[in-house]
Design a protein around this ligand. Structure first.
Ligand code: BGC
Length: 630
């Protein structure tokens, strides 16, 4: 997942909640006011996300809008979020929703918020309602964003509402947040689509290091803070218990054990510990002499992201970097910050850590809580007097990297009728024939999805109405119909305005469960207009390849040099379609492959492809799917 993240109160504007009440008393005393006016600029902002070339968007749902008074449900606000989701999906962007990101309704805060266990159910009720509304379209859910930050800032440092400084109250809030997370997770999981959705906690991993490495007192302090801030939550999910040093005594929390399908990691920095650390944010934190301060005064410390990822790996859950970014007013650190943190993430993946995604914080400059508008975290600059958004260099850097590394769009030729399948496909496209209880197209998309494809374009042929109502949860699927049968080449030409610059091309009656990543990498290295997958284990041959390059392709007349068979999955540059395509009826493989002799790259992979050309082969595919779970 390549993503960007925001939170409701920081961007929407016009909110009334615990924060808007607290703002006059906050450190900066700035009011969130109209913030980025995102509530009125939703579509424009979605376009900004789309332009970054990312695949995912993490946002939070503002509880105070949905339930402004006890017992009141604002249907218009609910509709707004539902429309947000639809608009994202229509742009091929997958939503990730957060149910609590620091804000809560005023009436609930007045009742004591997370200080009272009996209040938890109100938030769980709100969460289940939103889940019922959106879980048919939103697969990724975060319960609580950074409970330890909420607790520390609100109840120890007094920088966030309610502005309290009491360890005792903080302890109680932490315990109730654990209960709330656990109850929310269990309630959502028990709902209709619970099993299909991924629900997890978002944890800020703040690293604590001894200021003087030779000083055991500094070590002790660092370990204590790490225990209170980080381990407490990670161990909580692992063991189901709230433990010292955060708790006074170890205590079981119902439903907490295993209550996360993934772990969200928000990573910003490390803090150097001494027993005399400032407990006010105004005082500069200590840094190492070689470190560079961000505008927030804490240092840029990219290596720490790896330590944060290593810290959560013991949970054995998929890891998602749900936030990572930098406050940098003049954008002179951001490009480097982006590069370093992505580099560290890539290394972690290469070393086997199960990191599934990286969300940059934040899409655009926004209301940075107690700091107000001075701390600018955006990939887009926002001029708060005109609401004009402008892409920063750091934003361009992130977008360039994301675009270059995303799994390409998948394009499926799904129109063909099967002449050899008899009556079954006289009027039904082969891709809609059911195998093992589902159309083969669904199996193909399942596999593509697993390989990281989130965008599919289905070329439906001229019987396009038969695809009406076809969806594939978790993927943005669009369709392109033909006025009359155009052949495989004509179908691509007909859809050329919907093709991305580079796409994966698959056949709609063929299941070819290969790993896409090596194929895409091979294509990137080759610089070829097209890279095809070739198997050398098929009973027939239809091409000659040498040194990784296609020499000659002939479907009808193999020569004795022929040494491979085109297995069905290729990576294509749109420019190849434009260069060789034409109006009318024509065959892709019979036109393009011969034309690209000496140019197209070959990716060798002997994984069996399962086509369903004849009743016998269809039966084999059925048997394969019966035995294998993709
Ligand atoms: C929070 C964001 C905040 C960011 C930058 C994170 O801890 O989740 O809301 O803007 O840090 O300080």
């Amino acid at each position: 997942m390549w993503g960007v993240a925001t939170a409701s109160h920081q961007i929407e504007g016009g909110n009334t909640n615990n924060w808007s009440v607290f703002e006059p008393r906050s450190k900066s005393q700035q009011l969130s006011g109209e913030a980025c006016d995102h509530w009125n600029r939703r579509s424009e902002d979605i376009e900004l996300i789309h332009n970054l070339g990312v695949s995912h968007y993490r946002f939070s749902i503002e509880w105070s809008r949905l339930v402004p008074e006890p017992g009141v449900w604002d249907a218009d606000a609910a509709q707004w979020y539902s429309d947000l989701v639809d608009e994202l999906l229509a742009k091929g962007l997958q939503p990730m929703a957060t149910l609590h990101h620091f804000t809560q309704p005023v009436w609930w805060e007045e009742r004591g918020g997370f200080e009272r266990e009996e209040n938890i159910q109100d938030w769980v009720d709100f969460s289940t309602r939103m889940f019922a509304l959106l879980s048919d379209r939103v697969e990724w859910w975060c319960t609580i964003n950074e409970p330890a930050v909420f607790t520390t800032m609100g109840y120890v440092l007094g920088e966030f509402p309610p502005g309290v400084r009491s360890f005792k109250r903080a302890r109680n809030v932490a315990l109730n947040m654990m209960r709330a997370h656990a109850r929310c997770y269990q309630s959502l999981k028990a709902m209709d689509r619970g099993k299909h959705c991924q629900i997890g906690l978002v944890k800020n991993i703040n690293l604590f290091d001894p200021y003087r490495r030779w000083n055991p007192v500094h070590w002790g302090q660092a370990l204590l803070l790490n225990g209170m801030f980080n381990t407490c939550w990670l161990k909580g999910i692992q063991t189901g218990r709230f433990k010292p040093p955060s708790a006074l005594r170890s205590q079981k929390v119902e439903g907490l054990k295993g209550s996360s399908d993934f772990i969200g990691v928000n990573y910003y920095t490390h803090l150097l510990a001494t027993p005399f650390m400032p407990t006010k944010v105004e005082i500069d934190p200590l840094i190492r002499p070689w470190e560079q301060r961000t505008d927030f005064r804490y240092p840029m410390y990219a290596e720490g992201l790896r330590r944060a990822l290593d810290m959560v790996k013991g949970l054995n859950l998929p890891i998602i970097v749900t936030e990572c970014g930098v406050a940098d007013d003049d954008d002179d650190m951001r490009p480097e910050h982006v590069r370093r943190h992505l580099h560290i993430t890539a290394e972690a993946i290469a070393d086997g850590l199960d990191v599934r995604g990286f969300y940059h914080w934040s899409l655009m400059d926004n209301f940075e809580w107690a700091e107000g508008y001075e701390q600018r975290f955006g990939l887009y600059h926002v001029d708060f007097s005109t609401q004009k958004r402008t892409l920063k260099n750091g934003g361009k850097q992130f977008a360039d990297i994301a675009k270059a590394h995303r799994t390409p769009q998948v394009v499926i030729m799904a129109g063909g009728l099967g002449t050899r399948l008899g009556e079954m496909t006289e009027r039904k496209p082969k891709s809609l024939i059911e195998v093992n209880g589902q159309p083969i197209l669904t199996h193909i998309l399942d596999w593509a999805r697993k390989q990281g494809c989130l965008n599919a374009l289905v070329l439906t042929g001229h019987l396009g109405e038969q695809f009406d109502g076809f969806t594939h949860p978790g993927m943005a699927v669009s369709f392109c119909r033909e006025p009359s049968p155009l052949g495989t080449g004509g179908a691509l030409w007909n859809a050329r305005h919907l093709l991305e610059e580079r796409f994966l091309l698959l056949w709609g009656d063929d299941l070819h469960p290969i790993q896409y990543r090596p194929l895409v990498e091979r294509h990137e290295q080759s610089g070829a207009p097209l890279t095809m997958t070739v198997t050398q284990k098929h009973s027939a041959v239809n091409l000659h390849h040498h040194d990784g390059v296609l020499q000659n392709y002939d479907k009808a007349k193999p020569t004795k040099e022929f040494n491979g068979y085109e297995a069905g999955t290729s990576v294509v540059e749109k420019s190849a379609v434009l260069a060789h395509g034409k109006e009318g009826v024509w065959s892709w493989e019979e036109t393009i492959y011969p034309a690209l002799g000496g140019k197209a790259a070959v990716h060798l992979d002997d994984t069996t492809f399962w086509d369903m050309g004849t009743p016998e082969r269809l039966a084999l595919l059925e048997e394969f799917l019966n035995k294998t779970s993709l």
